[in-house]
Design a protein around this ligand. Structure first.
Ligand SMILES: [Mn+2]
Length: 322
């Protein structure tokens, strides 16, 4: 287990103490960790009587509208100067979408992230690739500033819960559970968070998932398992994770892949690894990135071409390791 970078925490705590105006952003396609870490940091800064504002590229998905202070999040960037810009859960500043151009409105950019592919784009970069989530990292700032309360705890719990796959992914550590235990002191209802985040499907969704699952393909003695989806339905919640969670029930696969047709010449690809295969490297080869166990990329190619290229590459890579 790697040690937490205490010197970075101290540095950022000092920056918070010694500055006054902050803006916070996270990656496009908001999910639990992006929103949980943003809102927890926002509530922390407000509690310390600082000026703080959250600017996001995308609107907040309906399912996360149970998080405290979500209404304070803005999508239209108002002109202004800030002391600090916090960029959370972004491996690269471009992941912040249109907000990337606004980072120059701040004197300093602080990059707080847990993606192994992080490009260290900030003036200060606190990157912990071993941590479950950006929310787990923000916990240490809150703890250091002795500001934990019920609302902050709910934001952090939700971020850690979602990014660790309900504490089942390999990024769930001893420390993750220690942090969760601390957060549980603040009246968290795990059953309610689970329901808000996971119990979301309507009957049509289950039928769609069933159709996807019926198209499972395999190669290399079932070590690689994938699905190509030509009619992808973007939902307010993450069907990708639901489909992966079903694929994960399989015993043999080491790599799971979803190919989703965005349009004729655009395919979104998500990778998951169940063991030693580093899917960050695979995604990187195809111009994307992420984590060792979870990554993704988008190719400017048809669904069929993308499938052929990626599967051939992985076959070679995994076979080559033997
Ligand atoms: Mn994250």
């Amino acid at each position: 287990m790697k040690k937490i970078k205490v010197n970075k925490i101290k540095k950022i705590v000092d920056l918070i103490k010694n500055n006054n105006s902050f803006f916070i952003t996270a990656h496009m396609n908001l999910e639990g960790d992006a929103l949980g870490s943003e809102l927890a940091l926002y509530l922390l800064l407000k509690k310390l009587n600082k000026k703080a504002i959250i600017y996001n590229n995308d609107p907040t998905p309906e399912i996360y509208k149970f998080l405290p202070s979500h209404k304070s999040i803005k999508n239209d960037f108002k002109k202004g100067k800030f002391d600090i810009a916090f960029v959370l859960d972004c491996s690269d500043s471009s992941r912040a979408g249109k907000i990337e151009n606004k980072l120059s409105a701040a004197a300093k950019v602080v990059n707080i992230d847990h993606h192994i592919s992080n490009t260290h784009f900030g003036d200060i970069n606190w990157v912990e690739a071993e941590m479950s989530s950006a929310s787990e990292m923000i916990y240490y700032l809150v703890k250091n500033l002795k500001a934990m309360d019920k609302d902050i705890a709910l934001c952090l719990y939700t971020g850690i819960f979602t990014d660790s796959g309900s504490f089942t992914y390999a990024n769930t550590s001893f420390n993750t559970h220690k942090v969760i235990a601390e957060l549980m002191r603040y009246d968290i209802c795990p059953d309610l968070v689970y329901k808000k985040v996971h119990s979301l499907c309507v009957p049509g969704d289950i039928q769609f998932i069933g159709k996807c699952i019926s198209k499972l393909k395999f190669c290399l003695q079932e070590k690689i398992c994938w699905i190509t989806i030509s009619q992808w339905q973007e939902k307010n919640y993450d069907l990708t994770e639901i489909i992966f969670s079903i694929m994960r029930l399989l015993k043999n696969p080491e790599v799971f892949i979803l190919f989703k047709k965005i349009n004729k010449n655009k395919t979104r690809i998500n990778f998951r690894s169940s063991s030693h295969v580093d899917v960050n490297k695979i995604a990187k080869f195809f111009g994307g990135g992420g984590h060792r166990r979870a990554s993704g990329t988008t190719l400017d190619q048809s669904l069929k071409e993308s499938e052929k290229k990626v599967i051939r590459f992985i076959q070679r890579r995994i076979d080559g390791k033997k």
